[in-house]
Design a binder for this molecule. Structure first.
Ligand code: NA7
Length: 857
């Protein structure tokens, strides 16, 4: 039935927007037998390609990739004429799609949605349009695009100008002829960079007002690359699938090599090749760390700036056109065709607004702080209220009338970028918190539409009327999105990704940067776990598998994936000697940790022979407080320098002399040999503090894992048996007890490097069963913890040892000891000490070094 002009008022699904997302949504819904209608503000299909008709408008993902994949026949009947198609061609494509699948009959055009209200009593949304339509639906889907609501031109005097004013994102359908006109363009993002060369071809004078110079690579546009078409045609489905499981939604090899790992020549070769390739993604994919490593990024920035200098004749203009204010890629890279060369034309001029800002737009032109200029036309290429603007432009009211705009006041909150807690049956396609603008939009659109329509099908089959994200699942996802963003340089840029281009908009990273592949996997797992984190309700009851889909910190997950990739046998299946060899091999190429003033290897007298130590001295003037450090390794593995990066970190950050002492290991020597060695070393260091360069009476202990066990035992022994005065104890994921029945042992028995089996193996090597309850092995069992030194206890959420560490912190507190206790979410046993590898633990590490400083005060 035709829903367009009909009187039908109630639908299974209402979709807002008839761009790429809305069209495919309608097609899928119809195929699945849902009644659906699309509401579109424009008078035809096309979305962003309907509105953005400025000269030079093109896609910046190659058209072969920037096209639907859902119908192989469609790909046969539509052929792109250019590598990067123009806006008219993309619009024709979308019109062709609308015709081919007869979609217009289910779209009401010139229907701007103004309100959407959830009605709990009927479990339906009521949608109200500007022309007075009031429709209801079970599912309400915003397919309004990420870059659709124009940013208000925030330039003083904008209303005064009496000449012609144009906005790139609302370009007249009939086009504009700038012949013989004096034209100003404000804005040098993609829209400005694409339109400026073409406007310059017509205008008698062109003045470009640039606030921030952008990085741009040459588009090298032309016919579709034959090799690209061949690759697609060779195995269409495999090609599309590769795109779906790629980082950015485009099949492209991705280097695992950091920038610093290849020599200068190879770097240059890859950069030149990427540049010549003429796309957004190749350079970034040529190294593993360009968006995470500031130094690598800076170096590639130089490469881009040199390219500008080579193209622009006037050195001052060239310098002004060089992007300098933000790391490369943290604003969307632009593709340019003749942009930089346009500034070599005699009638084109660049005004650097950083030097001479606009004072005001006047009746006849633009006044900067430096000069008055007259224009016949001003073009605003000033961008969009991206990702959230078009969504909250509709007054969306969820449960109990809560407003989405209010809920998102401090930044958008979504689960998977799909749904919002408090807004049942409301969905956003490519919403904030999904890869969206960091991906090939078409791939992301298809994935969302497929996911949603499968969910609708599932709910229909199961007899549920509503689905809604739980608050916990949503919070978990928001944390995950932010964790990923914070691993990168993106948050430092004043980009629209950060909402920073719109005055007053909260500064929050809007898209999901974990990659299309990672994201798709998460969405799939949510479904496999019976819509994890979604509450599904129907007349006959409700169902909710509550949970958080990604709770491991993303960089920790990368470490886990890398280790899994090694396919090594579990340590507990090896002999101790083999286990030591495996660990040594694995840590040989780890990040080295910070530079310290001096590293000194020495030995000290132990109870059964000398003990090696490694001393780390800060570069600052001493004497320094001393930290006696005990390494981890389950009493079986490791040595004085095996926690080298962490010791260096403590040394520099806490400005302390860190002395990592070795002790005898099991199974060669078992409990209590390690304790005796550790205690002897502590006493020796206490007695020799001054000659070592330490400050007298400023001695603390620290240790990780089994070393944490020894550190805390040292505090107990020093008090009991008369050892040096200890100012504080830093216990990082310490072993404090021999009980394997804690919840954390069960929850984290496998999968996070330190397994339950491995821990049992360590204990078996170290300590006879009958000795394990001795407080020197299980310090949690000490009779009293009164008068022990102040402590910082740090535990990791995904560590079998979490609960015993937490129990020790609580026991110290109960005994009146001053305790700072951090429970690090999403971290594992080995990640807190993995300096420079797991940066998500930087805050925790900082707190540790602050605590060590405080011990010495
Ligand atoms: P962008 O990328 O947001 O660019 C907007 C440009 O307009 C940018 O250079 C801004 O400078 C400039 N701008 C915005 N407001 C002002 C004022 N008040 N004064 C001077 N200059 C201003 O939007 P586009 O439309 O070019 O591209 C959007 C996306 O579409 C693009 O990334 C592609 O994905 C396709 P600023 O950087 O804020 O200093």
């Amino acid at each position: 039935m035709d829903n367009n002009g009909s009187q039908k008022k109630d639908f299974d699904v209402i979709t807002v927007g008839a761009g790429m997302a809305g069209l495919y949504m309608l097609h899928k819904l119809r195929a699945q037998g849902f009644s659906a209608i699309g509401l579109e503000a424009g008078d035809d299909v096309g979305g962003t390609w309907y509105w953005n008709r400025y000269p030079g408008a093109r896609c910046d993902i190659e058209s072969l990739d920037y096209s639907y994949s859902f119908d192989p026949e469609l790909e046969k009947v539509w052929q792109w004429s250019e590598r990067y198609a123009t806006q008219p061609e993309i619009l024709r494509y979308l019109q062709f799609v609308a015709d081919r699948y007869d979609l217009r009959r289910d779209i009401r055009f010139s229907s701007k949605v103004e309100r959407a209200d959830w009605d709990d009593s009927t479990s339906k949304w009521r949608i109200t349009t500007a022309n007075g339509d009031s429709l209801t639906c079970q599912y309400y889907v915003m397919a309004t695009g990420c870059l659709s609501l124009p940013k208000e031109p925030d330039v003083k005097g904008v209303e005064r100008f009496t000449g012609q004013t144009y906005f790139t994102n609302r370009w007249p359908h009939e086009g504009v002829d700038f012949t013989d006109m004096r034209v100003a363009v404000i804005g040098t993002g993609s829209s400005g960079i694409q339109s400026i060369p073409l406007i310059a071809e017509q205008a008698s004078q062109l003045t470009v007002f640039q606030r921030t110079a952008n990085y741009a690579a040459p588009a090298n546009n032309g016919p579709v690359r034959p090799e690209h078409r061949e690759k697609l045609n060779a195995d269409r489905e495999a090609y599309r699938e590769e795109g779906r499981w790629s980082r950015a939604g485009v099949p492209l090899p991705r280097s695992e090599e950091p920038y610093s790992s290849v020599n200068l020549e190879e770097r240059q070769r890859r950069l030149e090749a990427g540049f010549a390739q003429g796309d957004l993604l190749t350079i970034n994919s040529s190294f593993s760390d360009l968006v995470t490593n500031a130094a690598a990024n800076e170096s590639v920035q130089d490469f881009f700036r040199d390219k500008v200098r080579a193209k622009v004749t006037d050195p001052k203009t060239a310098e002004d056109l060089c992007a300098k204010d933000f790391p490369l890629f943290t604003k969307r890279l632009c593709l340019e065709t003749n942009y930089f060369k346009t500034f070599n034309l005699p009638h084109t001029k660049l005004v650097n607004l950083r030097r001479t800002p606009i004072a005001s737009i006047t009746e006849t032109g633009i006044d900067t702080t430096d000069e008055s200029m007259e224009f016949d036309a001003i073009v605003f290429a000033t961008g969009f209220d991206a990702m959230t603007g078009a969504i909250v432009a509709v007054d969306i009211r969820g449960r109990d009338g809560i407003s989405l705009k209010d809920v998102w006041e401090e930044g958008p909150k979504t689960y998977l970028g799909l749904n919002v807690h408090g807004f049942p049956n409301f969905f956003t396609i490519t919403g904030p918190g999904s890869p969206s603008v960091l991906s090939n939009m078409v791939v992301s659109i298809e994935q969302h539409v497929n996911w949603l329509t499968a969910a609708f099908e599932h709910l229909r089959k199961e007899g549920f009327q509503t689905i809604e994200a739980t608050s916990a699942a949503q919070d978990g996802w928001i944390t995950h999105v932010n964790d990923f963003a914070n691993l990168t340089l993106y948050p430092v840029a004043n980009s629209w990704y950060m909402g920073a281009n719109v005055p007053g908009k909260p500064r929050v990273f809007l898209p999901y940067i974990g990659g299309v592949d990672t994201y798709r996997q998460a969405c799939n797992e949510v479904v496999e776990q019976d819509y994890l984190g979604f509450e599904q309700c129907g007349t006959s009851g409700s169902r909710c598998n509550e949970g958080v889909i990604r709770f491991v910190k993303p960089d920790v997950q990368m470490v886990l994936d890398a280790i899994a990739g090694l396919e090594q046998p579990p340590l507990d299946t090896l002999s101790p000697i083999q286990a030591r060899e495996q660990i040594e091999a694995n840590t040989a190429n780890r990040a080295p940790g910070p530079e310290v003033g001096e590293v000194l290897d020495g030995s000290l007298p132990g109870p059964a022979g000398s003990l090696n130590y490694r001393l780390y001295r800060p570069a600052t003037a001493g004497p320094h407080p001393i930290v006696v450090y005990y390494h981890g390794g389950g009493w079986v593995l490791g040595h004085a320098s095996s926690d080298d990066p962490f010791c260096r970190y403590l040394c520099t950050q806490a400005n302390a002399l860190v002395i990592s002492v070795n002790y005898r290991h099991a199974p060669e020597t078992r409990f209590p040999a390690a304790v005796e060695d550790a205690f002897e070393a502590l006493n020796w260091i206490g007695n020799n503090a001054e000659s070592l360069g330490g400050a007298p009476n400023k001695l603390s202990v620290a240790g990780w894992s089994a070393g944490g066990n020894l550190a805390t035992v040292m505090c107990q022994l020093a008090l009991k048996q008369g050892g040096p005065n200890i100012n504080g104890q830093l216990l990082v994921c310490p072993v404090t007890d021999c009980d394997f029945s804690t919840a954390s042992y069960n929850e984290n028995a496998e999968g996070y490097i330190l397994t339950r089996n491995l821990m049992e193996w360590f204990w078996n090597q170290y300590c006879k069963a009958e000795d394990r309850k001795d407080p020197r092995a299980s310090p949690l069992r000490a009779e009293s913890l009164v008068d022990l030194p102040p402590a910082m206890v740090v535990t990791a959420e995904l560590d079998p040892l979490r609960d015993e560490g937490n129990a020790y912190a609580a026991a110290l507190q109960n005994a009146g000891v001053i305790v700072e206790h951090i429970q690090a979410p999403g971290q594992i046993h080995t990640s807190l000490t993995a300096v420079d590898m797991v940066t998500s633990a930087n805050d925790v590490r900082q707190a540790m070094s602050d605590a060590v400083r405080a011990f010495a005060k």
